[in-house]
Design a protein around this ligand. Structure first.
Ligand code: ZN
Length: 85
């Protein structure tokens, strides 16, 4: 998923953080990616409101997929732990 920066046209990426990944694990990292700001290499953080409506629609879809994956993993882990004994 690549989006263009509305200010300079460079490619932005979803923000990721090693610290969050270490602290909260894979599920936390997925939630961070789903709700975190987008990052432009030149302009820094770009709020969603600055992107075009088409890009925002795509982002919403991407976010829903990420959340679905995170929830599926969380449910899987809980099911595994519940059946552990
Ligand atoms: Zn930019």
């Amino acid at each position: 998923m690549a989006y263009k920066c509305p200010r300079c046209g460079a490619e932005v990426s979803r923000g990721t953080s090693r610290g969050v990944t270490a602290a909260a694990g894979l599920v936390g990292a997925l939630f961070y990616m789903a709700f975190g700001a987008f990052q432009c290499p030149k302009c820094g953080k770009i709020p969603r409101s600055e992107f075009s409506p088409e890009d925002r629609a795509k982002m919403t879809r991407g976010t829903l997929i990420l959340v679905a994956v995170a929830v599926a993993i969380a449910v899987g882990v809980i099911a595994l732990l519940a059946n552990w004994n």
